[in-house]
Design a protein around this ligand. Structure first.
Ligand code: F6R
Length: 609
């Protein structure tokens, strides 16, 4: 999704801005641009292609400068087009007094637009962002910081802003509300970015802004004010970003690389786990876990499906009732609250606007036991939750969640065990058995990955269909949901998932030989029930593609195709069964020739609601 980088430095910042944009590319974008101050002028370039195209334009124009801002845009208001790409200018691009980049959504942009048009401003784009540029210009009386402070007081919605003006050439002003923004403190200047990753190689000294903060970036210093206009300081942290993750190695796509990294990612996530204990989730977890009467899990997309799996684990192991809510729905619902609820927010990025919104909604309802399961230790989500568990998947570049998802499941399984332990429902021998199974997971995952050639053969069939149905039962129903999501987002095929018992209540009408039916069929207590559901498909001419376990009594036939996983993995089986579905989606997309790591219309970190 949108990304910002800004700089005031002693050296030409154009290469640094372009490299920063390149680091943010994986998040998904449809246009990009930059503005730099040089020789008394603010000059700009924009592109609706890749950052490499922008770099070419910048080189052709010979742009350079010591102060500037840059942006990758993921369209919300106004289609992807050069005139909608950021930076936006006021009063006009030809004679700019203000240049501005924005992440987020301004909800009252229509009212402001009308007002500014009445004041004589002419709009060059369909974006909500341009409203902010004109508003700042309208309020500008020679002090950019002051004008930004007055403008943001009139905005409703979410924003991270980077603003500069040729009238004050060595200054960039930033502001944040509901969208992340950091300050980078470097040896030769100060920087602004929506993600510390954009500043990798420039500085590792990062200051995270809080909602309502406005920051004044200058060459020798930076200065911060909070929402009430008071001067504040925020802690400066050393943040190591692993840029090596951006190398493909022998793989064709980052998604494939990340699927194959799962044994390592799971092992890393478990590396500090010496035993089951609430303290895995923070020093203050024990009293909180002892108080818990219900668990509420909030998340979006794949993270939501990880949460659905956790419901089975927590209810089975700890006997605590669990509700799993889609964050964008929960945050606007007036649902009953219980202060003894453990609110678990699951997010790879920790910056998903809806998940953060749902967390804040839960807290506003008096639920203060909050736990983040997150892959990014420095994220807003981790900083806003009382407790946290950091998965060690490493940077995930592919838009589709793979290693982040499986490591979330590992973290949630540890949560189920810890809650069970606090409730006296986990004996020492049970703990030892579960830990042994967890530690064996990396090897078990290797064995699943070794089945890639068989899955490629199936992908040939899937690449030719228009629709696919995924079935699972019990804790493998969320796995079916995740499999369908993976297939649709990267291969653009229509796919749906159902709990297999629901087939005869509607979806059976869709079954024909043209629609493959993927079935997740581990050798668990529900296998016999599932086999009846498979018969229902077979009897109606459907083609079944079954992921079974070595000992699942499922017989292959011309209409029943079976791939067997090496072993049945008990409660952890959903983690193993996810992997062949990732590979199926990946290879189907390879055959269909889609943009696998950056699927159309999608973004990696969804920082707008
Ligand atoms: C699907 C996918 C998305 C994310 C969702 C939440 O492959 O990646 O559905 O799971 O956007 O993102 P996070 O986990 O960052 O909150």
């Amino acid at each position: 999704m949108c990304g910002i980088i800004g700089a005031v430095a002693r050296r030409n910042i154009v290469p640094l801005l372009l490299e920063g944009l390149q680091r943010l590319e994986y998040r998904g974008y449809d246009s990009c641009g930059l503005a730099v101050y040089d020789d008394g002028r603010l000059q700009s370039a924009r592109s609706t292609a890749r950052v490499s195209d922008l770099a070419q334009r910048v080189a052709d124009l010979g742009l350079q400068g010591l102060t500037g801002i840059a942006h990758t845009r993921w369209a919300t208001h106004g289609k992807p087009a050069t005139h909608n790409a950021h930076p936006h200018f006021s009063p006009s691009e030809a004679q700019p007094r203000i240049a501005l980049c924005h992440n987020g959504i301004i909800e009252n942009h229509e009212v402001l637009r009308r007002r500014l048009e009445e004041a004589g401003y002419v709009f060059a784009s369909q974006t909500d962002t341009e409203v902010i540029a004109h508003l700042i210009d309208h309020l500008y009386r020679g002090d950019l910081f002051e004008a930004v402070a007055q403008a943001v007081a009139q905005l409703h919605g979410s924003y991270a802003l980077a603003v500069c003006s040729p009238e004050e050439p060595h200054r960039v002003v930033g502001a944040r509300q509901g969208s992340p923004l950091v300050v980078g403190v470097g040896a030769d200047g100060h920087y602004l970015a929506s993600d510390a990753l954009a500043l990798a190689g420039v500085t590792d000294q990062i200051v995270y802004l809080e909602d309502g903060d406005i920051v004044d970036i200058q060459l020798e210093r930076y200065w911060l004010a909070d929402a009430d206009g008071r001067a504040v300081t925020r802690p400066q942290r050393t943040v190591q970003v692993h840029t090596g993750a951006a190398e493909l190695g022998p793989y064709r796509h980052f998604m494939q690389k990340e699927i194959f990294e799962q044994p390592r990612a799971v092992a890393d996530t478990l590396k500090d786990v010496e035993g089951v204990m609430p303290e895995l989730f923070g020093d203050k977890a024990w009293p909180a876990f002892a108080r818990v009467r219900t668990v509420l899990i909030i998340a979006c997309g794949s993270s939501y499906y990880a949460g659905l799996t956790a419901k089975y684990w927590i209810e089975t192991l700890a006997r605590i009732p669990v509700t799993v809510e889609i964050a964008s729905e929960y945050r606007y619902r007036d649902s009953p609250t219980d202060p003894d609820t453990l609110v678990v927010a699951v997010s790879q990025s920790g910056e998903t606007a809806d998940t953060l919104g749902a967390l804040r909604h839960a807290r506003a309802q008096g639920m203060d036991m909050t736990l983040a399961i997150c892959n990014i230790a420095s994220s807003s989500l981790v900083r806003e939750c009382a407790l946290s568990f950091i998965t060690h998947a490493g940077v995930e570049i592919g838009v589709a969640s793979t290693k982040a998802f499986t490591t979330q499941m590992v973290a949630l399984f540890l949560l189920a065990l810890s809650l069970a332990q606090v409730r006296g429902r986990l004996s020492d021998s049970e703990e030892a058995e579960h830990l042994k199974a967890l530690r064996h997971l990396p090897l078990a995952l290797q064995a699943v990955l070794a089945q890639e050639p068989q899955i490629i053969a199936w992908a040939e069939r899937f690449a030719r269909c228009n629709d696919a149905l995924f079935l699972g039962r019990g804790m493998h129903y969320p796995v079916a949901l995740e499999g369908a999501l993976k297939l649709k987002e990267i291969s653009y095929l229509h796919a749906e998932a159902y709990p297999a018992g629901e087939l005869k209540h509607g979806p059976l009408a869709l079954v024909s030989e043209d629609m493959p039916v993927v079935t997740v069929a581990p050798n668990d207590a529900l296998l016999e029930k599932l086999k009846s559901n498979m018969q229902e498909v077979d009897a109606r001419g459907g083609q079944l593609y079954v992921f079974a376990d070595a000992d699942s009594a499922v017989t292959a036939s011309p209409s029943v195709h079976v791939i067997r996983l090496a072993e049945h993995y008990g409660l952890l089986s959903p983690i193993l069964h996810t992997v062949p579905l990732q590979l199926l989606a990946y290879h189907t997309a390879v055959i269909r020739g889609t943009d696998i790591d950056k699927p159309r219309n999608l973004a990696k970190s969804v920082t707008v609601e």
